[in-house]
Design a protein around this ligand. Structure first.
Ligand SMILES: CC(=O)[C@@H](O)[C@H](O)COP(=O)(O)O
Ligand SMILES: NCC(=O)COP(=O)(O)O
Length: 243
């Protein structure tokens, strides 16, 4: 089964916001990513607007040739954004203003009623809902209870592992969670902290359908160009899946 690449363009916008300029433009990055073989474009509209701006969401909702995966917190402001721009996919993620980056998966099980209402609202807007969760059976079952078709497994603990043994342990947890989620009829995606040296083992997990990768691709593009960075990541994923 194929594995698809969602390119997250947040950190193109981080570079733009660093000086308040018009460049580099995430719109150009999205177009180049699609030309290089990206299967979708992911962008995270944060409450603090540290990188992606509403203008980016508005423009990309008009021009993307593949599809938009809009990441957002579960807030009234963001749910209204999803209803306004109607992305193909909306990935609900946890968010804290003080965090450097996403620190874990959404606690769906601990706020089930609130999550069910949010998912229902997005489904009624014809937005496909994905829940960004830790690779944990209780969270997988809670996602099923929300009636969503997709989950994205948080790979941050695997990516941040300090030893090979710890990485292998986290990889086994992700592989087991992917199997459990697949068995429950969910589309299983994964992402966070994946780069050119740790993605292969994740891509080899047969139940995974899509990997969302951003920071490492943007970083690599500084030296190779954005299209080359995207092409290399996609080829790496496909080679790993074929092995
Ligand atoms: C949910 C996730 O892991 C990322 O897609 C998210 O976008 C990380 O936030 P930053 O892009 O702001 O680092
Ligand atoms: N959901 C993960 C994502 O979109 C990209 O995360 P990262 O590769 O920037 O860590």
């Amino acid at each position: 089964m194929s594995i698809y690449l969602g390119v997250n363009i947040d950190h193109i916008a981080t570079l733009r916001q660093a000086r308040g300029t018009r460049y580099p433009d995430p719109i150009q990055a999205a177009i180049e990513a699609e030309q290089a073989g990206a299967d979708s474009i992911t962008l995270h509209l944060r409450e603090d607007r540290r990188h992606i701006q509403e203008r980016d969401v508005a423009m990309l909702s008009d021009i993307l040739q593949t599809k938009m995966n809009l990441e957002m917190a579960v807030t009234e402001e963001m749910l209204a954004m999803a209803e306004k721009y109607r992305p193909a996919d909306c990935c609900l993620v946890p968010e804290k203003r003080e965090e450097l980056t996403t620190e874990g998966g959404l606690d769906v099980a601990g706020q089930l009623s609130r999550m069910q209402q949010a998912c229902q609202r997005l489904a009624e807007a014809n937005v496909r809902v994905s829940l960004f969760i830790d690779p944990d059976l209780a969270q997988i079952d809670a996602a099923v209870a929300c009636g969503v078709p997709v989950v994205e497994l948080h790979t941050g603990r695997y990516a941040d592992a300090e030893t090979d043994a710890e990485a292998e342990h986290e990889l086994a947890i992700i592989a087991q969670a992917a199997k459990q989620a697949h068995e429950r009829g969910l589309q299983v995606n994964a992402g966070h902290g994946l780069h050119y040296h740790n993605t292969q083992k994740i891509a080899a997990i047969p139940e995974l359908v899509e990997l969302n990768i951003g920071h490492a691709i943007v970083a690599r593009s500084v030296f190779t160009g954005f299209q080359a960075a995207v092409r290399e990541m996609k080829q790496l994923m496909q080679d790993a899946r074929r092995r």
